[in-house]
Design a protein. Structure first.
Length: 244
């Protein structure tokens, strides 16, 4: 069986209940809690599944009908399908801006996602957001990345709704920090990079060092985290020198 069929089956096989919720439910609010070992296992499995599907989608290995099936899964509340489609949409939009001649053919279908009304509750971002607020652990993990994509693609506009943006960012950060403290490596890496870049969070080099150090304690092979720590420490030193 071709790889594309096998990978695509990961979503269909495991998502017999298409309501956007994982097997592990929290309460219906942002304060849902989860056992640490269960959290790590659930998220790591989701990351692996998502990465395999993402390679299949952006590698152009799915037929038009299979892309339509993936969109249908997303519209029915599937978190992995929604996350993959949102990231694929962002990837396709970059081709529109810089290298249209090399744009994968699969983008013709995926671009339709961006044409949905920004208030359409079947948009992948809003599928993820709704499920996260209802307690889906998978959606809560994906929400921080989805929020950054939604901001980048102007799916949401903080300038038009400052209170809603503040609530969204606070929820996303709350969940991401929770996963980081539960020793999910990717969450620590993400926070280290985001505190360094200042794209969605105010720059905080001390927090960069904190989360990068946590990531290294979980995986000492992450050489680029060493470089990030050195750079953050240098910026702290320069800032202190400038203030004296």
């Amino acid at each position: 069986m071709p790889d594309s069929k096998r990978n695509f089956g990961l979503v269909k096989k495991k998502k017999s209940n298409l309501n956007g919720r994982s097997e592990l439910q929290g309460s219906s609010n942002k304060n849902s809690t989860i056992n640490e070992s269960e959290s790590i296992e659930l998220i790591q499995n989701m990351i692996q599944e998502k990465n395999e599907l993402q390679k299949t989608v952006l590698g152009g290995k799915l037929s038009i009908n299979e892309i339509d099936d993936l969109i249908s899964l997303s519209e029915n509340g599937d978190i992995i399908a929604s996350s993959v489609l949102l990231e694929a949409y962002v990837g396709c939009s970059h081709y529109n801006n810089s290298d249209a001649n090399h744009k994968p053919s699969v983008c013709s279908n995926i671009d339709n996602i961006g044409k949905k009304n920004k208030d359409d509750d079947t948009h992948p971002f809003f599928i993820i957001e709704k499920a996260a607020l209802e307690g889906s652990i998978q959606a809560q993990y994906e929400y921080w990345r989805a929020l950054k994509h939604a901001l980048e693609e102007k799916i949401i506009n903080p300038l038009l709704d400052r209170d809603r943006w503040s609530e969204r960012r606070n929820n996303g950060l709350y969940w991401q920090v929770g996963f980081a403290e539960n020793n999910v490596i990717e969450a620590n890496i993400t926070l280290a990079l985001d505190y360094y870049s200042g794209q969605i969070l105010e720059k905080d080099y001390s927090n960069t060092i904190y989360y990068a150090t946590r990531a290294l304690s979980l995986d000492p092979s992450l050489d680029y985290m060493h470089k990030l720590i050195d750079s953050a420490a240098e910026k702290i030193e320069n800032n202190e020198a400038g203030n004296n």
